[in-house]
Design a protein around this ligand. Sequence first.
Ligand code: NAP
Length: 474
Amino acid sequence: MNPEILINAAYIVASILFVLGLKMLGRQTTARRGNRFSSIGMLIAIVVTLLDNQVIHYNWIIVGLVLGGVIGLACARLIKMTSMPEMVALLNGFGGLASLIVGAAEFLRIRGGTVEPQYEMFTSGVIFLTVLIGGITFTGSLYAFCKLAEWLSGRPVQFSGQHIVNGLMLVATFAGGVMFTISGDPQIALISFGVFAVFALILGWTLVMPIGGGDMPVVISMLNSLSGLAACAAGFVIGNNVLVVAGCLVGTSGVILTTIMCKAMNRSLGNVLFSGFGSEPKNDGGDEAEGSIQGELKPISAEDSFAVLEAARQVVIIPGYGMAVSQAQHVVRELGEMLENNGAEVRFAIHPVAGRMPGHMNVLLAEANVPYEQLVEMDSINPLMPTMDVAIVIGANDVVNPAAANNKASPIYGMPIINAHEARTVICLKRGKGTGFSGLENQLFLMPNTRMLYGDAKGSLQGVVSEFKSLADG
Ligand code: NAP
């Protein structure tokens, strides 16, 4: 059979495995299998591409495979779950760089030909797009990585006229791209290639600069989408169908995730990218919200928390970023088990943007072996909230802030929240008076039915768990 047909058939199989894998990744119970499906698809795509007779030497390919494999394996084993956003940022960046290199290599290949180089408009156009998107993705992701790893300040870096400077660079980049695409002259092509490649790399950095560290997960998701689009363009450059398909899948799934995150925060993508959120500490919407933050903080001890929980029959645990900070997920699972042994029904309520990356809470609770069946999404738990005896809020703040539902002056007004305040008793675990990511005060902590269990979440929970253990020991 014609080898080209065989190669394309294998690419179709790989593409189907990618699609099935992505679908399975949408549910916790099938996610591992989905990961395996996608990996097998990628293996097929790589092996078939390497068998293609266009490959002349395998030496450097083998060096790359071994080196990449070893680095990938080491990262998979050594990187902590909480460092996943940084890891994803780096992987996106390298994806962008790879596409940029493919575009540049194709450009140099056409230039280095034995005959006078022919710049077809389509090829030049996709080379431009590959280098543009790949370059922005590369440096943008590196900047996001540096912010998340705290190598650079998480605060937005802003200066007057910043958007105009970025706009002018974007115009220069596109001018270079248009010249490159339509000129057909080798000399002009070389100069304009240099112009848009350099500007694309600068733009990646400068576009991410004014965005706060807390918004980096949204930026990373968007850059992830861009890395897919860059790969898709690279697929057109070298005429590789499976790269086009895989790039499209990454591009569209990144767009979907970005949209979900923005929606869950009730912010537009434009607001995330251009508002400099996090540059100034904020209050609860100003004094216009007068009277909205009233009441007093009522501390509770671990012993008294135990007494409340011991009597509870319906308990909901609401984890947030503080649980990740204190790495309390294992003792949270232990507390859940003890409550169940004591006759309570326990649910874990998951807000879509709790923590600092999509699925942050799901990943941590899965790591601690909390049964999937106990995880309940926000929309399912809210109608049940008035029937809950106790809501335990573990290092969550913004995602349980009632101002989002009832204070029109609040910057987070409209963001869907978990209605912890509707439970009969609320026990909030946090270290002190620290605000959440949005920098806003939280009325929940001052409500008559709320008690504050101060301290690092892990330590506080260990205190409650040891009370349950003493009860069990008689
Ligand atoms: P949060 O609003 O950031 O609040 C976290 C709370 O945890 C803080 O009030 C802090 O108070 C407490 N805390 C920190 N370390 C702690 C520790 N060791 N022990 C106990 N408590 C600790 O968290 P959230 O409610 O999960 O909300 C997430 C926020 O991130 C939302 O505003 C969301 O929009 C934003 N965001 C999320 C994503 C995502 O994909 N998940 C992406 C971008 C932005 P103390 O300092 O007093 O302890």
